[in-house]
Design a binder for this molecule. Sequence first.
Ligand code: NI
Length: 167
Amino acid sequence: MALLPILQYPDPRLHKVAKSVATVTEQTRKLIRDMAETMYAASGVGLAATQVDVHERIVVIDVSDTHDNLLVFINPVLTSSSGSEESEEGCLSVPGIYENVTRAEQVTVSALDAQGKAFTLEADGLLAICIQHEMDHLQGRVFVEHLSHLKQTRIRAKLIKQRRETL
Ligand code: NI
């Protein structure tokens, strides 16, 4: 297994739209293992392949307290969503920034698992938010893009300044 570098906003590669996985292979599973290791090492609850510069529709999520309930979504599709709730989000690609975003409260998602087997999952709470956040990444969308343009400009300036200071 290997830790993968995580793209940092505003990297333009975060805006690429991911392609569907045609066949789930051993190579797909190796990527999933590396993504999971990378997510756990960074204390994240979700990671999209886009964030490690692989533009395929693959997401890993673990919202458990015990970090032992890895969910894998390949080619995820939201088949229904309902309700609306605002909650604070963060992102491994946008370090140190936490902002409120409004999303659907409940979602139903269909996807393939790491074995290529189709499944459907109904989710609410943190898992529902996380699924929507990670699926946004696959469309090239970072959570801060749900915020006002003024806020986005401030966040970009702050992150660029922070990075300059740590070089
Ligand atoms: Ni994210």
